[in-house]
Design a protein around this ligand. Structure first.
Ligand code: 5GP
Length: 188
């Protein structure tokens, strides 16, 4: 059986990753395993444990770092986020394509370990647009939103390390562009 491919999507929070992903992730032709990350962040009101994330305490997260349980992990603002390695290895061997949605420090680690990974950056049309979306989303307080915007500026400066950059002016248009990338890269 052929080993699967690794697809990495990165983009500032508020760039619209979730809305765009919904339009292609469940298409059976991509044969995706969507990696569920571990995080020490508190769940948002609409988030379900083991579905959106595996929610853990900082102490338990650090224990997992010590045990080498992660393909990659990073501290983002005040919390830890990481990709559990075991399901990735299992699903790659089983021929599934792996889909990761992670921030930039994690992307750099993945590229180092698996240079064959296909990396896509979903960029917001502008920082003003991003700020507006984060305030409208209303999931973080103003101080945290401004920290996320600062982080977004860092990620935007790293766009050139990605195989592909898609500017999210329109959710459907962006999903179409990502589908074209996937069709070509995964040969489907
Ligand atoms: P949020 O708190 O908005 O869910 O996520 C914050 C940032 O962490 C987003 O950019 C998201 O893509 C990223 N993220 C989610 N899971 C992981 C992970 O497992 N590893 C890394 N490095 N970043 C992650």
């Amino acid at each position: 059986m052929n080993k699967g491919n690794l697809i990495v999507l990165c983009g500032p929070s508020g760039a619209g990753k979730g809305s765009v992903e919904k339009l292609f992730l469940n298409d059976p032709k991509y044969n995706f395993y969507f990696s569920i990350s571990v995080t020490s962040r508190e769940p948002r009101a609409n988030e379900v444990n083991h579905q959106n994330y595996h929610f853990l305490t900082k102490k338990d997260f650090k224990e997992k770092i010590k045990n080498n349980d992660f393909l990659e992990w990073a501290k983002f603002i005040n919390n830890y986020y990481g990709t559990p390695i075991e399901p990735i290895e299992k699903n790659l061997v089983a021929g599934k394509n792996i889909f990761l949605e992670i921030e930039i420090k994690g992307v750099l680690q993945v590229i180092k370990k698996m240079p064959e990974a296909i990396t896509i950056f979903l960029s917001p049309p502008s920082i003003d647009d991003l700020r507006e979306r984060l305030y409208n989303r209303n999931t973080e307080n103003n101080k945290l939103i401004e920290k996320r915007i600062k982080q977004a500026n860092i990620e935007l400066r790293h766009q050139n390390i990605f195989d592909y950059v898609v500017v999210n002016n329109d959710v459907e248009e962006s999903a179409k562009k990502i589908r074209e990338i996937l069709d070509k890269e995964l040969n489907v």
